[in-house]
Design a protein around this ligand. Sequence first.
Ligand code: NAP
Length: 291
Amino acid sequence: MSDLLVLSGKKVSSVVYQGLSDRIQTLKEKNIIPGLAVILVGENPASKVYVLSKTRTFKKLDLFTKTYRLSSDISQDELLHLITELNNNPSYHGILVQLPLPKHIESDKVINVIDPKKDVDGFHPENAGLLAIGRPRFIPCTPKGIMKILGHYEIGLNGKHVVVVGRSNIVGRPISILTSMKMDGANATTTLCHSRTPDIENHTRSADVVIVALGVTGFLDHSMIKEGAIVIDVGINRIDADNDKGYELVGDVDWSSIEKKASAATPVPGGVGPMTIAMLVENTVEAAEKL
Ligand code: NAP
């Protein structure tokens, strides 16, 4: 197989923003400006970059956003108190707590306290439960973005075998639920692999679509996929590079190895990443519309 179709999340995200502009305008005519509160605890460099690109997009679209930058030694109670205040603040339709949090703070407790109707990341147990029973409210942004990319390129999953590697609540678990859901564009038979799965390559080699979300540079190579497979690379890994930043971002897929065997694949950067941000905007607009 030669002509690899590059599944550009960058392109699909601009289509999403175009589609959202009318909805944002309609809200503005009712004096509603979709608003997102972002909480950033500590100095994790990757988290700072992610928060910056999310808030930049909100500002570019003339939406309201404010970042609450908190010191890494903030107590859990202080953080919970801030979230309660934001839950009651009508300027915010969405609240996002950038993960990971420092070790002394229990992420579960923090997520539990976010108003589920403002949980635009879709991590609250109520929203995770609704997704699991096929009645989603807020779908986590990265898996939702993956489904949009597949939809845009008319890659139906009906009857296909999807193999997901990685079972986090942020990506792997929800994308395994979404792909196997009884709905148009889904209906796949999905296998969920993780670090305790023996012989992962036996699963990935039988897959029509492989979704890798581990955080292991170059994990997936040509020997692990079948001819014509579709590959979705969620990984974002920093590797040292001789450039201004001193690093570059790469995925979990060894692109040069799979490009002659796969039929379509998402690149890193420019694949799933831009869609995660677009879906955050979409979820926030949805939250504002549901007011
Ligand atoms: P995570 O919470 O660390 O989960 C990683 C998952 O991968 C776990 O389920 C782990 O298994 C599994 N795993 C790790 N090493 C493995 C191996 N060698 N073989 C098989 N399974 C393995 O990570 P995450 O939050 O899901 O993120 C995964 C990657 O996606 C990271 O690179 C992250 O930066 C990236 N990401 C990208 C976006 C985006 O917008 N593009 C968004 C979110 C995350 P166990 O459960 O058994 O430990």
